[in-house]
Write a protein that binds this ligand. Structure first.
Ligand code: NAD
Length: 240
C-alpha cells in the first residue's frame, strides 16, 4: 500500500497504460481521479472520481483539478499520461498533424503540470509518461519523437524549479507497450512487429502493468531522492 490515502490524478486514465496505472494505484491504496476525453473509459476504470477532461484545453484541465480538490481536499500526485501516437514520415506530416501531436503530448503535459503544481502547496510528485522515442529516434514518427523529447525537458525543468516547493518530477520512458495504440499500428505489419519486438533485448513488448508498477514507485515516497530522473522501461532497447 505504497500510495495509501494519496490523492492521485491520472490523465488518459481510461485506456492502456493510464488504465493500468489507475488500477495499480488503487491497489496501492490511492484515491484516484481518472481524467480522460473518453468519460466512459474513465468511468469503466473503476477510479473513485472519473472526469471528462481535454488536456489541450486549459479551462478543462483547471476545472477537472478543481473538482479533484473539491472531492478530496488535496492533491499529492499527477501522472501526465494522456497522449496520441503519430507514425508518419516528416515529408508527409501536415502542420495540422504536427500541431495536434504537440498539443496533446506536450502542451497537455504542460497544462496538467501547471495546474497540478498550483494545487500542491504541501509538495507532491509528478510522473510524466514520455517515451523511449524522446531519448532515441524511432522510425518515421518525427512529431511524436519531438513531443516526447519536449516532455522530458519539461519534467527536468520542473524538477529543478520546484524542488524547493517539495515537488518531485520524473519521466518514465517506455519501450513499446501492448495497448490499443500499438496493437492497431502493428496489426497490418506482423513481420515488422516481430522485428520491433526483437529490437527489445527482452524480445517482447511491455505490458501496461509493467509500466504502472514503475510509475507507482516514482509516485510514492519510496522514490524520495529521485527527481529529474529519466527512467527507461524499454526492455533494453536503448542499451544496444
Ligand atoms: P492509449 O491510446 O491506450 O490511451 C491514451 C488515453 O489518452 C486514451 O484514453 C485517450 O482517450 C486519452 N486522451 C487522448 N487525448 C486526450 C486529451 N486531449 N485529453 C485527455 N485524454 C486524452 O495509449 P497508451 O498506449 O496507453 O499510451 C499512454 C501514454 O504512454 C501516451 O502518452 C503514450 O505516448 C505513452 N507511451 C506509450 C507507448 C506504447 O507503446 N503504447 C510507449 C511509450 C510511451
Amino acid at each position: 500500500m505504497r500510495l495509501s490515502d494519496k490523492v492521485c490524478v491520472i490523465t488518459g486514465g481510461g485506456s492502456g497504460i493510464g488504465l493500468a496505472t489507475v488500477q495499480r494505484f488503487m491497489a496501492e491504496g490511492a484515491l484516484v481521479a481518472a481524467l480522460d476525453l473518453d468519460l466512459d473509459g474513465a468511468t469503466a476504470s473503476g477510479a473513485q472520481l472519473p472526469l471528462r477532461c481535454d488536456v489541450t484545453d486549459e479551462n478543462s484541465v483547471a476545472a477537472a483539478l478543481d473538482a479533484v480538490l473539491e472531492r478530496f481536499s488535496r492533491l499529492d500526485v499527477l501522472v501526465a499520461n494522456a497522449g496520441v501516437a503519430h507514425e508518419v514520415r516528416l515529408d508527409q506530416t501536415t502542420l495540422a498533424d504536427w500541431n495536434r501531436v504537440i498539443q496533446v503530448n506536450l502542451t497537455g503535459a504542460f497544462l496538467s503540470a501547471k495546474h497540478a503544481v498550483r494545487r500542491m502547496p504541501g509538495g507532491g510528485s509528478l510522473v510524466f509518461h514520455a517515451s523511449m522515442s524522446g531519448v532515441v529516434a524511432t522510425t518515421d514518427e518525427p512529431a511524436y519523437c519531438a513531443s516526447k523529447a519536449g516532455v522530458i525537458g519539461l519534467a527536468r525543468a520542473i524538477a529543478v524549479d520546484h524542488a524547493k516547493d517539495g515537488i518531485r518530477s520524473n519521466a518514465v520512458c517506455p519501450g513499446v507497450v501492448e495497448t490499443a495504440m500499438t496493437v492497431e499500428q502493428f496489426r497490418p505489419h506482423p513481420e515488422f512487429r516481430r522485428q520491433v519486438e526483437q529490437a527489445h533485448p527482452l524480445g517482447r513488448f511491455a505490458s501496461p502493468a509493467e509500466i504502472a508498477s514503475l510509475t507507482a514507485f516514482l509516485a510514492s515516497d519510496e522514490s524520495s531522492f529521485l527527481t529529474g530522473a529519466v527512467v527507461l522501461a524499454d526492455g533494453g532497447y536503448t542499451a544496444r
